[in-house]
Ligand binder design. Structure first.
Ligand SMILES: Cc1cc2nc3c(=O)[nH]c(=O)nc-3n(C[C@H](O)[C@H](O)[C@H](O)COP(=O)(O)O)c2cc1C
Length: 697
């Protein structure tokens, strides 16, 4: 048997971020080991597959002070821990995925995806799960308070009060909105105030069971109620507002001026929006609010969904009062954070919504121009390893590389030579620029905190995704989607959405985890898919930036209880508005397991899944930000569906915490190409009457 370095292994040298120790990480099995330097050398030398005895012999030649038998024992120890593996060719989609994603400029995204895929979450089917969760929170609270809810930094700045969110401040109805009948209106101060109020305003403060500071409730759901998102507004030209940058301060509820520095052109800051918006709503995330509670990397996804929900709400409100609104997330995060005085590792820009007069001409899709490389990199001799550098196997041929996330450069080494360097305690020369060094130094405090909270390798993926894109997307033939089985079943004519105002639906929105045990009408399911996913049908969106392409989504549906529709797993074809049966069965127990033990499917009408076609998305966004963008987009799409659902008296539980492999298998999709991003379990509720079954029971 030949052995080789586990393709999912990463070797982290000692740095100021990870501490004075070598770490070996196994992305597949989601494990981290502290190792001695000689073991790191064994791993590096094993990048080229070889006989284990030969490997030990090679290392003994490099370091004759250690007996060959000791090297053999080290090889065996690494095999036992799975950091070295048999080099027999394995039919492993993960390896294929890493190689393909590397080609697509998604290398760091691949590492995060592999680690987060099927990440073990608390299983809520166990009676003890809630108790474990609470006791963990109490332990955290005993050490440091859980009190980060409001950002009040600008409360003393000049500003304008905002109206409290109520059903009366915007009158556009769901019916008119989803039938495209809303008359155009100008972007006035009043319209803007309604958008901000219904998006960011606090509906309620709720003291958690663990008695920490009250959590906020808003018109959008928020993972664990942590509300990491903050809102800002850039005003270019709105009568009654001084142009500049504002923060949406919650206490007192107001817009507070941050800066009056108005750039001559917005194209550099917001390359994804058509020129000259009247204003832009910006959503940032204060990561610590979620990190505090969820000290694992998968939660990095959810802050994007949170931001997406808010962007979705803002877009719905704006459209319902006649404005044109375009959502996107390709703004220049570093420049925007600079403009707002933010440290992007603590509070990062996640997305924006450009607002225009309702009569403004249709969007011209923006092409995002990549930034050319500037300063040449020079190989520097180093005494210590720079932060955010990792050693990992190459993906195209057996070999080893040192990857620098800050610069985006990778450097290949001869495995035996690098192993010799490691044994000698030397750091290889790595090309770097002054700009890289400055950037690395700026990132250090934030990176240390992300490591401390267990948010790795989301830290790498996040930093990499914020480097300017260097590749222009080529118009490409769409990749072949996995064929949908059978001729598909026709759905009845879509039901009309109710004539309630969107504002009313929003202020009454609640997460519903249990539903009225009655079959949902098929017309309602049809209406939700027809109206809520209309952009999936047309294939383009005039409501989002050009690089938010609806064709990257595969919509899965697990029907639990719908009148006249057989229970089972389906895939939805938006073009034909048909459901294609993958398997007929009562899948409620399986879906509850897939949703980490949440029992909602038992009384729900269906569980809808937004599943990403990664290959397609890589054509649209061939840069590290492409994966994160899917998370944000899923939140925006979900918010449309939640609000439309409530116009049909449905309530919704959203969760990104699904068991990924099992979910894909249920719907006949392969993880090499697809990944479930977000699920919405929906069922009949008493809706606007304000009493949900879970409250009544
Ligand atoms: C990204 C995200 C993930 C969520 N995950 C779960 C979940 O796994 N289980 C659950 O019961 N609720 C989940 N929720 C719902 C939140 O718990 C809920 O929105 C929050 O407690 C506030 O309550 P409200 O939606 O009724 O206002 C999630 C919400 C979001 C936005």
């Amino acid at each position: 048997m030949f052995v080789r370095l586990n393709p999912g292994a990463r070797i982290l040298p000692p740095t100021v971020v990870t501490g004075d120790r070598w770490v070996a990480e196994d992305l597949r099995r989601k494990r981290r080991f502290t190792i001695q330097r000689p073991l790191a050398a064994v791993l590096v030398a094993a990048a080229v597959p070889q006989d284990p005895d030969e490997l030990a012999k090679q290392l003994a030649e490099l370091d004759p002070a250690v007996a060959a038998g000791d090297w053999q024992r080290r090889v065996t120890a690494l095999l036992d821990r799975g950091l070295l593996v048999s080099s027999d060719p394995a039919d492993d989609w993960r390896e294929e995925l890493t190689a393909a994603w590397t080609q697509a400029n998604w290398r760091e995204a691949a590492e995060y995806h592999l680690l987060a895929f099927d990440y073990p979450c608390i299983d809520y089917s166990e009676a003890s799960a809630m108790g474990i969760d609470r006791s963990r929170m109490r332990d955290y609270q005993a050490i440091e308070p859980d009190a980060n809810r409001y950002k009040l930094d600008y409360a003393a700045n000049p500003g304008e009060e905002l109206p409290a969110p109520t059903a009366e401040i915007a009158t556009g109805t769901a019916y008119r909105h989803w039938n495209g009948e809303t008359p155009a209106a100008p972007a006035t101060a009043e319209a803007l105030a309604a958008v901000l109020s219904l998006t960011f305003g606090v509906l309620q403060e709720r003291t958690p069971v663990t008695e920490s500071a009250p959590l906020l409730r808003r018109t959008s759901p928020s993972g664990g109620g942590r509300n990491p998102s903050e809102g800002y507004l850039f005003v270019r030209s709105v009568p009654g507002y001084r142009p500049g940058w504002y923060h949406v301060t919650l206490k007192p509820f107001s817009l507070r001026l941050v800066s009056t520095d108005v750039p001559a052109s917005l194209t550099g800051l917001f390359p994804d929006f058509p020129a000259d918006p009247a204003a832009v709503v910006l959503v940032t995330s204060v990561f610590e609010r979620n990190m505090y509670r969820y000290r694992e990397p998968r939660t990095y996804r959810t802050v994007h969904m949170d931001a997406g929900h808010l962007l979705g709400t803002a877009r719905l409100v704006a459209e319902s009062i006649g404005l044109r609104a375009i959502a996107g997330d390709a703004g220049d995060a570093l420049a925007l954070e600079n403009q707002l005085g933010l440290d992007g590792m603590a509070e990062g820009y996640l997305g924006g919504l450009a607002l225009y007069d309702g009569n403004a001409p249709a969007a011209i899709p923006a092409t995002i121009a990549p930034t050319p490389a500037t300063e040449p990199a020079i190989a520097q001799p180093l005494d210590t390893w720079p932060a955010l550098v990792r050693i990992r196997p190459t993906t195209d041929e057996p070999g080893i590389e040192v990857a620098d996330v800050v610069s985006g450069r990778t450097h290949r080494f001869n495995p035996a030579e690098l192993a010799a360097d490691l044994l000698a305690g030397a750091v290889p020369a790595l090309p770097t620029t002054t700009a890289d060094d400055v950037r690395r130094a700026q990132l250090l405090p934030g990176l240390q905190h992300w490591q401390h909270r267990g948010w790795h390798p989301s830290d790498q993926s996040y930093v990499a995704s914020r480097r300017p894109a260097t590749v222009i997307p080529e118009p490409a033939t769409p990749t072949a989607a996995a064929p949908r089985p059978g001729p598909g079943i026709e759905l009845p004519a879509p039901a009309h959405a109710a004539k309630h105002s969107i504002a009313r639906l929003l202020v009454n929105r609640r997460t519903g985890r249990a539903y009225i045990r009655r079959p949902a009408p098929a017309e309602v399911l049809s209406g939700l898919l027809w109206h809520g996913l209309s952009e999936f049908r047309t294939g383009t969106s005039s409501r989002a930036a050009a690089d938010w392409d609806p064709s990257v989504w595969e919509v899965c549906l697990c029907v639990h209880n719908v009148e006249g529709v057989e229970r089972g797993a389906y895939r939805y074809d938006p073009q034909t508005h048909r459901l294609h049966l993958v398997q007929a069965d009562d899948l409620r127990p399986r879906m509850a397991t897939i949703l980490q033990g949440m029992r909602s499917p038992s009384s729900a009408g269906w569980t809808l899944g937004l599943v990403a076609d990664f290959e397609r998305q890589q054509q649209v966004r061939p840069s590290e930000s492409g994966l994160r963008s899917l998370y944000t987009q899923s939140g925006v799409i979900a918010q449309d569906l939640i609000v439309l659902g409530s116009a049909y008296d449905l309530s919704t539980l959203v969760t990104p915490a699904q068991q990924d492999s099992a979910y894909l298998e249920l719907h006949g999709l392969h993880p090499r190409q697809y990944g479930p991003i977000y699920t919405l379990t929906m069922g009949l509720s008493r809706g606007l009457d304000g009493v949900y079954p879970d409250e009544a029971e």
